[in-house]
Design a protein around this ligand. Structure first.
Ligand code: RTP
Ligand code: MG
Length: 139
């Protein structure tokens, strides 16, 4: 089933010059770019995006990280796009993410793990509406 998902290439990836490499992996897999924008995330957007995590111990350093420089926000689409992006991204903790995944090949941190992908159809809808309000189809 064709799905849309929200993907964020985080500030560590932009700082390290990995945007092209990461975009290439999504495109080579066959996912389509529906929207793409360079965004400097402020605290308000970080809190809304990570609403499920704002009370967690790890949230203050996560917020500092995600607001530390520009990110690339995008909507990707394709068959089973939500699951496919998370498989390409790899496990959250990049230190132990499988080789062959973006995090497994290119990162070594549980926080600075290069990418975010929506984790369910409900999250994808919520995140697309938050980041790209103009891209929400009229019902
Ligand atoms: P994401 O939301 O970014 O796609 O990552 P995820 O689903 O694999 O991981 P999630 O549990 O949603 O965590 C969101 C982001 O918070 C940072 N994190 N730090 N214990 C920690 O220090 C910790 N745990 C998670 C990571 O940047 C993670 O991607
Ligand atoms: Mg998550």
């Amino acid at each position: 089933m064709t799905q849309r998902t929200f993907v964020l290439i985080k500030p560590d990836a932009v700082r390290r010059g990995l945007v092209g490499e990461i975009l290439h992996r999504y495109e080579a897999k066959g996912l389509a770019i529906e929207a793409l924008e360079l965004r400097h995330v402020d605290a308000e957007l970080a809190d809304a995006h990570y609403a499920e995590h704002v009370e967690r111990d790890f949230y203050p350093p996560l917020r500092a990280f995600v607001t530390s420089g520009p990110s690339i926000a995008m909507i990707l689409s394709g068959d089973s796009a939500i699951e496919v992006v998370r498989l390409l991204n790899g496990a959250t903790d990049a230190r132990v993410a499988a080789p062959g995944t973006i995090r497994g090949d290119l990162a070594l941190s549980n926080r600075e793990n290069l990418v975010h992908g929506s984790d369910s159809p409900e999250s994808a809808e919520r995140e697309i509406a938050l980041w790209f309000p103009g891209e929400v189809p009229a019902r």
